[in-house]
Write a protein that binds this ligand. Structure first.
Ligand code: DOR
Ligand code: ZN
Length: 350
């Protein structure tokens, strides 16, 4: 039995992370490397990371931004476009740094303009991925202007994801940052080749947190926060169920404070500064801290066919206040839960 005021788990990974590039990258990458053993690095830069050479360059930039002794490994992702070929998929996998490819429906979110306009356009690439066992990571929202923003994930399941799974039944798919009961149910009813990541902000917040008492731009993300009932509740029960289909993926996505607090604010929430503490808070609220290690440190690695990390981390039961901001290139970024108290603190990695 561990004492109740500490929590020791296998070092976690982050299976969905945005770290940007240049000076912004240098500001945030250390946050993740302090806690996580590996992270899936999202490729939505401008221009996007859409071939093996770009992935290698981005990998090098990340490694160069870190001290030598973090033991952190970035796992690179190819950004799928209408023109991605099966050969590009093969070349990326052969290069060893790229482990997955990401489907952004064109126009769905930040830097998705070069994304896929019709999923049929990437079928040759997806067939190759199915053959190679390379996971497809999916931003699951339709972009049709007529579809209400709160319904875009559920409609994506109906119109697109079900069809892709029907046509490519053995393709490994990670349904990223799920936000609805429909998505939880869909993942549960699919085969073992379909899994999902869940963010700390979708576990700890709902649309009331964003909209009641004044609009809070730092809660704005995509997919947008949904209702507490049934959606946030469904995510909390999926994450804490011990079902290996659901695992950690912060979608930590930093934007400058001024780009969020704007008449047309950017979508994205920084959580990398205290990712594991946020998940511990959510799991404790469900009386499920014993399920945190599976979710954070085991199930994602198993899905990707990678070994578990050999280090451990320890969290301590301790009240502390999330900082109001962090330096971000030549400006600042406001983290999720800024100014709020958390009662778990990352203590040490060993
Ligand atoms: O909130 C989000 N921010 N959702 C995404 O899908 C992209 C991300 C970003 O890159 O800022
Ligand atoms: Zn993301």
């Amino acid at each position: 039995m561990q004492p109740k005021d500490t929590l020791k788990i296998i070092r976690p990974d982050d299976w969905h992370l945005h770290v940007r590039s240049g000076e912004m990258l240098k500001s945030v990458i250390g946050m993740t490397a302090a806690q996580m053993g590996r992270a899936i690095i999202m490729p939505n830069l401008t221009p996007p990371v859409s071939n093996a050479a770009q992935a290698k360059q981005y990998y090098q930039e990340i490694m160069n931004a870190l001290p030598a002794d973090t033991g952190f490994t970035p796992l690179m992702v190819l950004y799928l476009t209408d023109n991605t070929t099966p050969k590009q998929i093969q070349t990326a996998l052969d290069g060893k740094l790229v482990v997955a490819a990401k489907l952004y429906p064109a126009g769905a979110t930040t830097n998705s303009d070069d994304g896929v306009t019709d999923v049929k356009n990437i079928y040759p690439a997806l067939e190759k991925m199915q053959q190679l066992g390379m996971p497809l990571l999916v931003h699951g929202e339709v972009t049709d202007a007529k579809i209400d923003i709160f319904d875009r994930e559920a409609v994506f399941i109906e119109q697109i994801l079900s069809k892709v799974i029907e046509d490519l039944p053995d393709l490994k798919i990670v349904f990223e940052h799920i936000t609805t009961k429909e998505a939880v149910d869909f993942v549960l009813s699919s085969g073992d080749n379909v899994a999902a990541t869940i963010t700390p902000h979708h576990l700890l917040a709902n649309r009331n947190d964003m909209l009641v008492g004044g609009i809070k731009p730092h809660y704005f993300c995509l997919p947008i926060l949904k209702r507490e009932n049934p959606h946030q509740r469904a995510l909390l029960s999926a994450a804490t169920s011990g079902n290996p289909k659901f695992f950690i993926g912060t979608d930590s996505a930093p934007h400058a404070k001024s780009d969020k607090e704007s008449s047309c604010g950017c979508a994205g929430v920084l959580s990398a500064n205290c990712a594991i503490e946020l998940y511990a808070t959510a799991f404790e609220s469900e009386d499920a801290l014993d399920k945190l290690e599976g979710f954070a440190s085991i199930f994602g690695a198993d899905f990707y066919g990678l070994p578990h990390n050999t280090e451990t981390i320890t969290l301590k039961k301790q009240d502390w206040i999330v900082p109001n901001s962090y330096p971000f290139a030549d400006t600042v970024v406001v983290p999720f839960m800024a100014g709020k108290m958390l009662s778990w603190k990352f203590l040490v990695k060993d």
